[in-house]
Write a protein that binds this ligand. Structure first.
Ligand code: ATP
Length: 241
């Protein structure tokens, strides 16, 4: 169900918020001076929902997503994840938070070309030194969730764009993150493959009670999200500018 009329002030009331951002500001230095990209952004995302964020190019969607994913430090504001305030100075806490709770999906699939689908999905678990049998089981389950049981041994180059993105999503969710941040995940796919990716993300959020943030230029997909917000002039709002 989409709800394009929801106001951001109601945002904090979303059921079981997992990630809450309050007063997030970010500016960058450019040749023309200091440019404010995000000015006091408020947003929360709850378990079980897909939150779509749309905006014109250059409005700061990727910057916001990086801050929500703790990959970028805001100039001001607070971020709560699972009820705890994120300390951006504590690199160790950030790394643990990302490893345990946050998955990332990008427009580019970034699969390792010399590893097969299963090995690609196992990679984050291997880095965490998970025993081989356990990581194999988890990777198989993640690939099954993406409808790729029959492609476990396939090399990335032999897969379609949509299939490669599904492997990338399986890799992002294999560690069971509560929050999945997706930056234009369907941007390089055709309409049908993009729709399939959206439906898989939707099922992941609803059936597994996870929070999904979907940054997209695709109006049709944004309309199908649980909730959608527009990034405009550095603020998130519930209606089109
Ligand atoms: N590290 C950085 N240093 C300087 N400027 C930056 C940096 N990162 C982002 N910007 C600037 O911030 C603005 C927003 O960038 P961002 O990538 O977040 O936008 P976007 O909405 O994701 O754009 P697009 O839809 O085109 O991908 C741009 O003007 C960009 O040049």
């Amino acid at each position: 169900m989409s709800d394009s009329t929801i106001d951001t002030s109601q945002d904090a009331q979303a059921a079981q918020p997992f990630m809450q951002a309050h007063g997030i500001c970010k500016s960058f230095q450019s040749a023309a001076g200091r440019e404010t990209v995000l000015g006091a952004v408020q947003v929360s995302v709850g378990l079980g929902e897909v939150l779509a964020i749309t905006a014109p190019s250059g409005a700061g969607k990727s910057t916001l997503l990086k801050i929500l994913g703790t990959l970028e430090t805001p100039d001001a504001g607070t971020l709560r994840c699972g009820g705890e305030i994120v300390d951006f100075r504590n690199r160790r806490q950030l790394a643990q938070l990302r490893a345990r709770s946050i998955g990332f999906v990008f427009q580019r699939f970034n699969l390792v070309p010399f590893l097969d689908a299963q090995e690609n999905v196992e990679l984050p678990l291997k880095l965490r030194r998970m025993p081989r049998q356990q990581r194999r089981c988890q990777a198989q389950a993640a690939l099954a969730l993406m409808g790729l049981e029959s492609k476990r041994a396939a090399m990335p180059a032999t897969l379609s764009g949509g299939e490669q993105q599904r492997v990338a999503i399986a890799r992002a969710i294999v560690g069971a993150p509560s929050l999945l941040l997706c930056d234009e995940p369907t941007g390089s796919l055709g309409e049908q493959a993009g729709q399939q990716i959206f439906e898989l993300l939707h099922t992941f959020a609803h059936a597994h009670r996870r929070a999904v943030v979907l940054v997209t230029h695709n109006e049709s997909l944004a309309r199908q999200a649980t909730r959608r917000l527009y990034l405009h002039n550095g603020a998130l709002q519930g209606h089109a500018p």
